[in-house]
Design a protein around this ligand. Structure first.
Ligand SMILES: NC(=O)c1ccc[n+]([C@@H]2O[C@H](COP(=O)([O-])OP(=O)(O)OC[C@H]3O[C@@H](n4cnc5c(N)ncnc54)[C@H](OP(=O)(O)O)[C@@H]3O)[C@@H](O)[C@H]2O)c1
Length: 300
């Protein structure tokens, strides 16, 4: 496969689009941002922006001369991937990075997420089907697990209130999970574009760290030099509460079951790869981060 030079990103200013765009900005790739006509998002200056209707004709025109498209739109845009893929093929794009940045096709999630997973899977399967039909078109998925420095800071329910120096420890705090930092997510995309052959037509498993709550709590206490107030609870209670929320129409069910995905005892739901060696972290150049590194990032 020939070298990738020109790259367009859809969803460039989102939670994950921002670190990906930052990583691309420091590279030699030539970047273009694709955005909706209705977008109110502000985009970084100095990068060309194509504000277009998301129909086949406009997308095909906007994708002309692009070697790769990175799709990192928010959940509301997931169903648009089929038209993005059709336009990419029509424009002669060689690589389409599909919108995963989560738990991938092997996700061992709760049944309550089945409908969401099905919708995501349809687009992934579509990319794979199209790659069979069009030999010059390829795809990659990036399975990143918990976006650890972003999610832990945003959602204290994940166990750590970094402003108050308080922790909620689920069960015995030893359930292990895969975390990828925002920097790691940006590097993962760069790694794919730099290794098009090795990453073609497959999901790459990504990680910055594999850890558990006890390791993170120890690191937080070491970095802050103080004992944190700890509240103990169980993942079972969290799962029950999440399921009750779903039945009563309370949208908190998503967050509760997303947190329980990390901590459900002995289920390994939050694991993307068994180890760094079994992930694609080395191939993609993702930094191996310690619990201390993560704690320091969160406290910064
Ligand atoms: N593993 C995890 O725990 C985790 C957590 C969060 C997100 N994710 C996944 O990461 C991916 C990116 O999520 P994100 O949180 O970065 O997204 P986001 O910040 O919600 O949105 C990113 C961009 O997507 C575009 N967009 C939003 N809604 C759209 C719609 N209905 N139609 C078309 N475009 C739309 C917008 O770009 P413009 O305004 O420029 O058009 C927006 O700035 C998703 O697949 C998401 O599910 C995973």
């Amino acid at each position: 496969m020939s070298i990738i030079r020109n790259v367009a990103i859809i969803g460039a200013s989102g939670n994950f689009g921002t670190p990906i765009t930052n990583a691309l900005s420091t590279s030699n790739f030539s970047i273009t941002i694709i955005t909706r006509l209705s977008s109110t998002t502000s985009h970084p200056s100095g990068i060309p922006v194509k504000r277009i209707a998301y129909d086949l004709t406009s997308l095909t025109k906007a994708f002309a001369n692009q070697d790769a498209i990175i799709c990192v739109v928010g959940p509301g845009g997931i169903p648009l991937q089929k038209i993005f893929i059709d336009a990419a093929i029509a424009a002669g794009v060689k690589r389409f990075i599909i919108d995963d940045f989560g738990w991938g096709p092997e996700a061992h999630g709760f049944d309550e997420f089945a409908a969401i997973h099905k919708q995501r899977r349809e687009a992934w399967d579509y990319a794979a089907e199209k790659a069979q039909e069009h030999k010059d078109f390829t795809w990659t998925g990036l399975t990143t697990g918990n976006p650890i420095d972003w999610a832990m800071k945003k959602f204290p329910m994940m166990g750590f209130d970094v402003a108050k120096h308080e922790a909620i420890i689920y069960d015995d705090g030893t359930e292990r999970f895969t975390g990828t930092t925002l920097e790691g997510i940006g590097q993962a995309v760069l790694g794919v574009l730099e290794h098009p052959e090795e990453t073609a037509n497959r999901f790459c498993k990504v990680q910055s760290i594999q850890t558990c709550q006890n390791e993170l709590l120890e690191a937080f206490e070491k970095v802050t030099g103080e004992k944190w107030k700890v509240t103990k609870t169980t993942s079972k209670e969290l799962i029950q509460s999440g399921k009750e929320d779903l039945h009563t129409g309370n949208g908190m069910w998503r967050l509760k079951l997303a947190v329980a995905t990390l901590y459900d005892v002995s289920e390994g739901r939050g694991m993307v790869a068994a180890s760094r060696q079994e992930s694609d972290a080395e191939l993609l150049g993702i930094k191996d981060e310690s619990a201390g590194d993560i704690a320091a990032k969160l406290l910064r």
